[in-house]
Design a protein around this ligand. Structure first.
Ligand code: FUC
Length: 797
């Protein structure tokens, strides 16, 4: 982990503490209103299925809490517990045949190009292995047989504590579970309002590759090593990642002793369990590192936490967690359904009801999930399931998919004021520069850096999963725009210079080398429009690989413009900036097809699957900013593009639906964006509000959260647009703490669908353009100043 990363984390924590300090000192009536509607998910019974359990996390350690009465299952994750190992999987034949493949594609011989690419470009091996569950912490309780009442299971998003409360006869029992970033542990506290009532058996469990034993009368240790079986398409077999988990039990009153592999608590007043886990993964090596002893790492962590009382652990956790979470509050109306259990609220929506409070809860949940799956002490980005995965072999490996999914994970990061979530992914991608350069060189004989559509913590960057899926040579370039956006929002020049620009620059270098000419245009080849097929008019056959898919042209435009701007800001690389300026002029234009939609490919091909879940050719609308109301022809064509996808069954996966919300927000189609929020809830949301692809895939949660924010505030088009897509149904409300490009913090209030008050805090100073409906103003802001406006954008303070 580099120094800047650590300094920035410390700085973020400091700023957060200052924010809390001032927030606590403030007596605004709106804040009272927010506090009373503290966002919580809650249920009247234990989770039976995993998609009903409640997630906690600290960026590194995750858990799903089921809330069982006699048998509590806490399913555990450690972010780096991955099968596989580090290998170079670049196909050594690739560069020898690249030109031939390109020429075949340019002559519309897609089938021949595909056959050759299958043999010469596909990774060796072509697949990766999976992120794995750590196992389960199992608590078996013995209660007096008595009537059960008042059961409640909840997750408080503001504190990050999942709790279970119920009565057995006259006795009330309570459990609190949280994953503390402050102490790097998971804590479970079990209490009762009467003495000596807690009797339980604590054990750890893992399906494979681990041994579990008690070390003393209060400690359990799990030690393991992933044994990768023979699956040549996924890489070498053998003994790979080592891992450990350590559990310490503290009892107040009663007895605690070891029996077999478990710990037994009898007649205690209160019990606290401290758990941690570690692997021998070393991000700086993108590999396991046998100098790391995971059990020693665990015991150091536990030792520190053990020296604190439960009260201290809890307070430190809440302070750290809420300092991030509480930066944003959202209210979408005065009707408060928080007294209704969350699964019932979702059912009501599935049955056609409206619940704007549930929409606000879903928004906050997206923030909660991102901060808890991508944050220090974690070092890896949020994967397809964040950090929550119950399987040994997860759907799509629970991996890092980079042809939309990983990008979508980070859409809410800046707008929704959790910018520290971008630091692990920045750091990880800077490590990926090393294997990514090798792939650029070995496969494409190009300078710079690139990855394809999927990667893992070992930094495999070859072309994977099949040529039809994996031919995404600009996936890495797309990812780097996440880092550019972090700069745009934070105005952090040090970050731009040291972290964002170096990787953007290398992605641009790769592209400059990779581009070839056809008919005077610079084009990419091979390329796909993820993951759709077209009908090749030459042979009437379906094809995927082609040249210059529209998304490529849009990504290049976006990245080159960002690099040109960065080179001005940093006063560097003028020659390369000129080269990019010239290249942009030679890119093929984005055109409208005969059916009025944006062309997905360079030719006006017929789509083989017109309702495809990917809508890649609208990259320029969102997350890009090339299609705006200032480009009316493309703006209209973008609307038709979505309509065509939808009439053919599009939006059927959670993430695809979430992208549609963002598109409609950018198209200023408030009602359509609103309808698709409800479709996301109705069709792609599980009882614990996890997004369903199906199965569970977290990108839809993050895309949904970003879409809701985009309806309230946008800042991609050189001005801060206030309430750009506010639907009728959100008549009154407020949102506080959203961020806009330029490092502005924005609070806005509206009533009867009209802005009533706007507060802008300038965190970096500088010009600020604001637009609300047809009113536009410009002002020069001073660092640290607050500006308050009325509905007419007149400054009132
Ligand atoms: C992309 C999508 C799939 C899935 C996978 C993880 O390839 O097309 O729907 O989300 O990523």
């Amino acid at each position: 982990m580099n120094k800047i990363y650590i300094i920035k984390l410390a700085l973020n924590l400091f700023i957060s503490l200052i924010i809390i300090f001032f927030t606590l000192g403030c007596n605004d009536s709106d804040i009272t209103k927010e506090t009373s509607s503290n966002p919580k998910l809650w249920y009247e019974g234990p989770a039976e299925k995993w998609i009903e359990a409640l997630p906690i996390g600290n960026g590194r350690l995750g858990a799903m809490v089921f809330g069982g009465i006699e048998n509590e299952r806490i399913q555990l994750n450690e972010e780096s517990l991955w099968a596989g190992n580090k290998i170079n999987n670049n196909n050594p034949e690739s560069s020898k045949h690249l030109q031939e493949i390109q020429q075949l594609l340019l002559s519309d011989e897609n089938k021949k190009a595909r056959d050759l690419a299958d043999k010469t470009m596909l990774g060796t091996p072509p697949r990766i292995r999976s992120y794995q569950t750590l196992g389960d912490l199992k608590l078996h309780f013995n209660y007096k047989q008595d009537s059960l009442s008042n059961y409640k299971r909840e997750l408080d998003l503001a504190t990050g504590i999942s709790s279970v409360n119920f009565n057995r006869g006259e006795t009330s029992y309570s459990r609190q579970v949280f994953s503390s970033a402050a102490d790097n542990v998971i804590i479970i506290n079990i209490s009762s309002d009467q003495d000596s009532q807690i009797n339980l058996n604590v054990s750890l469990d893992r399906e494979i590759d681990a041994t579990i034993k008690t070390l003393s009368n209060n400690t359990i240790l799990m030690e393991g090593q992933i044994v990768d079986s023979t699956q040549p398409e996924r890489g070498p077999f053998g003994d790979h990642m080592k891992f450990s988990s350590l559990v310490k039990v503290i009892n107040e009153g009663g007895k605690l002793f070891a029996q077999d592999h478990s710990l037994i608590v009898e007649k205690a007043d209160e019990v606290t369990i401290i758990l941690t886990a570690a692997t021998d993964y070393n991000i700086n090596k993108l590999n396991f590192d046998r100098n790391i002893n995971p059990s020693d790492v665990c015991s150091n962590i536990i030792q520190k936490a053990y020296s604190k009382s439960f009260k201290e652990l809890r307070e430190d956790h809440i302070t750290e967690h809420s300092s991030i979470f509480n930066r944003v509050s959202l209210n979408l109306g005065n009707i408060d359904n928080s007294e209704v259990p969350t699964d019932k609220r979702l059912e009501n929506v599935i049955n056609g009801g409206k619940d704007e409070g549930l929409v606000a809860l879903y928004f906050q949940y997206g923030r909660y999930l991102l901060m808890n799956s991508s944050r220090y002490p974690g070092v890896l980005p949020a994967n397809l399931q964040g950090i929550w995965n119950k399987d040994i072999d997860a759907p799509w490996n629970s991996d890092f998919h980079t042809n939309i999914n990983l990008q979508m994970n980070y859409w809410p990061a800046e707008m929704c004021n959790i910018p520290e979530t971008v630091l692990p992914i920045t750091n990880f991608f800077n490590e990926l520069l090393v294997p990514g350069r090798v792939t650029a060189n070995e496969m494409y004989q190009a300078q710079g850096w690139m990855i394809h559509h999927v990667t893992d913590p070992f930094g495999r960057t070859g072309l994977m999963d099949g040529v039809g899926w994996g031919t995404s040579p600009l996936a890495g370039a797309w990812m780097t725009l996440t880092f550019w956006r972090h700069y745009q929002f934070t105005q952090d020049k040090l970050y731009l210079r040291e972290e964002a620009y170096p990787i953007m620059r290398e992605a641009a270098k790769f592209i400059l080398d990779f581009l070839i000419e056809k008919n005077g245009y610079l084009i990419t080849a091979p390329s796909i429009s993820p993951e759709n097929m077209f009908i090749n008019p030459k042979d009437n056959k379906k094809a995927r690989i082609t040249y210059a898919a529209t998304i490529d042209i849009q990504i290049i435009t976006e990245l080159f413009n960002a690099c040109i701007e960065s080179s001005k800001i940093l006063g560097t690389d003028t020659e390369m900036a000129t080269q990019m300026q010239k290249a942009i002029k030679k890119l093929p234009p984005v055109l409208v097809g005969k059916d009025g939609t944006i062309r997905e490919w360079i030719e006006d091909y017929e789509e083989a699957e017109p309702g495809h879940r990917h809508i890649s050719h609208l990259f320029g609308l969102h997350p890009g900013n090339q299609i705006t109301k200032d480009t009316p022809e493309l703006f209209e064509a973008a609307k038709k593009t979505i309509e065509k996808r939808l009439t053919n069954g599009g939006g059927h996966t959670g993430w695809s639906r979430a992208w549609i919300i963002n598109f409609y927000a950018r198209l200023l189609e408030s009602q359509k964006a609103y309808e698709h929020i409800y479709s996301l809830l109705k069709k792609s949301t599980y009882p614990n509000l996890f997004d369903g692809h199906p199965p569970f895939q977290i990108d839809g949660n993050f895309g949904g959260t970003s879409g809701i924010a985009e309806m309230l505030l946008q800042s991609h088009n050189n001005s801060i647009e206030i309430l750009p897509a506010l639907p009728h149904n959100w008549q009154d409300g407020f949102v506080k703490g959203l961020k806009a490009r330029g490092n502005f913090t924005v609070d806005l209030y509206w009533s009867k669908n009209e802005l009533t008050k706007l507060l802008i805090k300038s965190n970096s100073g500088g010009p600020c353009n604001i637009q609300y409906k047809n009113k536009k103003i410009q002002l020069n802001t001073q660092v640290g100043n607050d500006y308050q406006f009325n509905y007419d954008l007149l400054i009132i303070k």
